[in-house]
Design a protein around this ligand. Sequence first.
Ligand code: F6P
Length: 324
Amino acid sequence: MKIKNVGVLTSGGDAPGMNAAVRSVVRCGLASGLNMFAIYDGFKGLLKEQIEPMTTRSVCDIIQRGGTILSTARCIEFVQEEYQKIGADIARKHGLDAIVVIGGDGSFMGARALTRQGVPTIGIPGTIDNDIACSEYTIGYDTALNTAMEAIDKIRDTMTSHSRCCLVEVMGRNAGYLALNVAVATGAETVLIPERPFDFEKDVLEPVREAKQAGKKNHIIVVAEGVDCDVMEMAKKIEAETKVSTRASILGHIQRGGSPTCRDRVTAAQMGQKAIELLLEGKSDRVVRIKDGKIDDIDVNEGLSMQKKAIDEEELKLAGMLAF
Ligand code: F6P
């Protein structure tokens, strides 16, 4: 079937650079003679028929903006076939021949379900967690890393003034990629990630005591949110055991906002272009990805069945080596 009308939606947690991806999809689509449509609020908005035509002006002045102008949602109903059918019927009713879905793994499952119901889809990876197995990189990760890095640099300043230790919890869902990279970038003394079990005495308390003895005036422990611990409680325990004044800071959603970095804008632009190219080639059920540093694509089923990316052991070693 010749594709003429294409919808674009953002789904799941937002990520800086999603707007740049929307802009690229819309402008590359229009430049190729396609009619482009916004679907607001992800799959939820599709079910509510929140669909509007887009022009090149619809995506003006958004490349530098965080968040997503299309809004996003996590749509629980969409795991049910009944709603997937309704979604596909609505897409057909509005004349949509294909949909580009920007989001994470959950969003790609929604996209795959739509394709199974007869609506071609292409996925673009957008999440600050960088936890999509089939892609080396996801839009938003670099911006989130930089945001977390700047926040931790600031935290270190005040820890130094007060000779304190601070636990800093960063996002990443079940993955420790963000935590590990930001730990190396900020010179954190310790990093705790879900992929690596830790011993509280040896991996947390000992380094704090050693740092105190060596006369260090600050101590940063980066903790990935996927680690099963309460950083507030852990801070109290560290202070009680080491007598080093300790605080905890949960960076939270600050990591999801802000103007995207150059890397995120360029990656988003390239991925948007690739998504439109794939549709023009008559392809569907594909996920755009980065493989060996280059833009590429993969079958969505294959992508979703891949194993979680391994933690970079060398980087983990380096984090430990540079800590003191
Ligand atoms: O997937 C992005 C992410 O920010 C994760 O790092 C975090 O676990 C989750 O989303 C938080 O989701 P919500 O904003 O729905 O609380």
